[in-house]
Every structure is written in structure tokens, then in C-alpha cells.
Design a binder for this molecule. Structure first.
Ligand SMILES: NC(=O)c1ccc[n+]([C@@H]2O[C@H](COP(=O)([O-])OP(=O)(O)OC[C@H]3O[C@@H](n4cnc5c(N)ncnc54)[C@H](OP(=O)(O)O)[C@@H]3O)[C@@H](O)[C@H]2O)c1
Length: 314
């Protein structure tokens, strides 16, 4: 079978499409999935470049890719048929760092803790775009912030993978949503429901927004630090990138949280139910690539920044 592999850490030039890698052998507590589509996340090129090698060193050759949607080909020992069986359409994560065999492949092993039944309403391409960003946005908005009707939230990076879902979750909860995007992405986030759109290239968000209940940061760095001026006293900032800055927290009287997100079965199941119950939720797959074009797909994610997501169609 075909798989997208690396033999060392580096840029897109080190990616190899292995045309004859062996089919993974199904093992206890795992399923073998025929991959229909694999979603691309910033973490995929960060893993390729060795950002996480201290925390989770790879064994080479290593197959890239985490998020997927596909069909179960075989179940391992200990997988109950009331949970998953052959032929089930599932989505989730099969990354090597999630105990899987890598999603950028025609077939992948995934731990049953990291998958759920795919939302019925959406295609495999859309479902593959969802696991990490959907779980991250849901976790931050519903669980960390506890966002509720009438509250005001600023979502940074509203046109990105996490941001584009976060805007829709926030609107669905009845919140008032401001978001930061680049000039070309303004219309896109307006169409997703954002109430105030700030062009971060030409406007200074902290001069325009005050007394917000929450900020959701998917950008980090200077954007994160400037964000402390936006919430009311007692408000909250959740960041996907930055650890809480206690000096700024004390100075502004704001709670700050770093959200580490990993897709698990319970969160993926809740997300799938929500997607099926709300047929206005849009998962924007801006571009698709083939498995052979995985290097281009990772470069596109890293350098061009899609509106929403990039997906490999397998
Ligand atoms: N902690 C965790 O567990 C976890 C999980 C998932 C992701 N992450 C991280 O979270 C970040 C976001 O992930 P993602 O999948 O949403 O990435 P993404 O799809 O690349 O989205 C990021 C968005 O931010 C925009 N942007 C860049 N600079 C900005 C600025 N100064 N102000 C406002 N928007 C800006 C980008 O567009 P333009 O540059 O074109 O404007 C892009 O639309 C990544 O760094 C990722 O690694 C962390």
C-alpha cells in the first residue's frame, strides 16, 4: 500500500511516498481503517520538522498524518462489536504520536480511544478536516470558557482550521463574536457568522474591543500578550499556543489557560452529534491534494494558510 513517510526530520524535500509499504497488522484495542481522506494540521509539518522530538521521538521510517475519515476493514482483539465493527464509517486520529500508524496512507491503525463514528451528514473529506480542530474549538469554548448566550468573545485567527469552527460553535451558543483575520479572509468569516471582523494587518484589535468575556487565541506571540487588554476583569483567555503569563494575569485580573487538545472518543462522539444536529455548520475544505502531493499540501498549510482546511483525498 501507499504511505507518506519520512526517514529524518526536515522540510518537505524529505517526504517520500512509499509505494509498497506493508499493511499494518491489527492489534489489541485497535482497528485497521481504509483511509478515505486525511486532514492536514500545522502539527503535521511541525512533527516532520522535529518540533516535538523531545516529547515524542519518532522511529524512522515514520508515516505522517493524524486526522482521518475512513471505513473499518478489520477490528483487533478486545474491540467489542457494540463499539466498532467491520464496515463502520469512522473518523478520528491515527497519528504515530496517538498510538496509530499514521493517517497519510491507504490504510492505518488507530486506537479505539481515538476514533468515533463519523458524522453522517458530512462527506469523508469534511469529516477528515474535523477531528483536531473541532475537538480543540469545542473544548476551549464549551469546557474551558463555558461560553453562553449573550457573552462576547474575541476569536483570533478566525479563518483558520480551529478559528473557522470556533466562530460557528460560538454563534451556535448564542455568543457575540469578534474575530481577527487578514484582509482577504474578511468575507469568509462574515459568511460564517462573525459579528465584528477585524483586519489584523490594518487594525489594532485591542484599541477596538473592551470588556469582552473571553478571548480564544489560535495565533500566539504578540497577539496573545496584547489580548490581555480585551477581556473584562474576571474574564478568560484560552490559548492553543501560549502557557499562561502570570504577570499579565495579575496585572489585568484575568484567568488564562493553555489548551492542549487531543481527539478522544467521547469528544469526537459529541462533536459528531453536534454536526449532525446542526445542518448549518460548514466545514470548509479549501483545497484537496492527492497522497502523492502530501508535501505540497503541508507547504500549503504552512505557508499559504487555507481558509478552513486542506485535505488529502485517498
Ligand atoms: N495546543 C494544542 O493542542 C493545539 C492543537 C491544534 C492546533 N494547535 C496550534 O494552534 C494553531 C492554530 O491551528 P489551526 O489548525 O487553526 O491553524 P491554521 O489553520 O493555520 O490557522 C491559523 C490562522 O491564523 C491566521 N493568522 C496568522 N497570523 C494572525 C494574526 N496575527 N492575527 C490573526 N490571525 C492570524 C492565519 O491566516 P493568515 O496568516 O493567512 O492571516 C490562519 O488563518 C497552530 O499553531 C497549531 O499548531 C495547538
Amino acid at each position: 500500500m501507499k504511505s507518506v513517510q519520512i526517514n529524518e526530520y526536515g522540510g518537505s524535500e524529505i517526504i517520500k511516498v512509499n509505494q509498497s509499504s506493508s499493511e499494518p497488522t491489527v492489534s489489541t484495542g485497535k482497528v485497521l481503517v481504509t483511509i478515505k481522506a486525511a486532514g492536514v494540521n500545522p502539527a503535521d509539518w511541525k512533527i516532520r520538522e522535529g518540533y516535538f522530538q523531545q516529547m515524542a521521538p519518532l522511529q524512522f521510517p515514520s508515516t505522517l498524518g493524524m486526522d482521518f475519515s475512513g471505513v473499518i476493514k478489520q477490528v483487533g482483539v478486545g474491540v467489542s462489536s457494540s463499539d466498532f465493527k467491520q464496515g463502520d464509517e469512522v473518523y478520528g486520529q491515527a497519528g504515530v504520536i496517538n498510538g496509530g500508524s499514521g493517517a497519510f496512507a491507504e490504510m492505518a491503525l488507530a486506537k479505539i480511544e481515538n476514533i468515533a463514528h463519523k458524522p453522517k451528514r458530512i462527506s469523508h473529506n469534511e469529516a477528515a478536516a474535523l477531528p483536531l480542530v473541532g475537538v480543540a474549538a469545542w473544548w476551549a469554548l464549551k469546557d474551558d470558557i463555558g461560553l453562553s448566550e449573550g457573552q462576547k468573545i474575541l476569536i483570533h485567527g478566525g479563518a483558520g482550521g480551529i478559528g473557522s469552527i470556533a466562530i460557528q460553535i460560538a454563534k451556535n451558543l448564542g455568543a457575540y463574536v469578534a474575530t481577527t483575520v487578514s484582509t482577504n479572509d474578511k468575507q469568509f468569516v462574515q459568511d460564517l457568522g462573525a459579528d465584528i471582523v477585524i483586519d489584523y494587518m490594518n487594525q489594532t484589535f485591542e484599541d477596538l474591543l473592551h470588556d469582552y468575556d473571553a478571548v480564544f487565541d489560535t495565533v500566539g506571540g504578540d497577539t496573545y500578550r496584547r489580548s490581555f487588554k480585551v477581556p473584562r476583569k474576571g474574564g478568560i483567555i484560552v490559548s492553543m499556543l501560549e502557557q499562561p503569563d502570570s504577570e499579565l494575569m495579575n496585572q489585568y485580573g484575568i484567568r488564562a489557560v493553555f489548551r492542549f487538545a487531543q481527539a478522544n472518543r467521547e469528544r469526537l462522539t459529541r462533536l459528531a452529534q453536534w454536526i449532525d444536529e446542526n445542518n448549518n455548520i460548514r466545514i470548509n475544505v479549501e483545497r484537496t491534494f492527492s497522497l502523492e502531493q502530501a508535501g505540497d499540501a503541508l507547504d500549503y498549510q504552512k505557508d499559504v494558510h487555507p481558509r478552513g482546511k486542506v485535505v488529502l483525498v485517498i
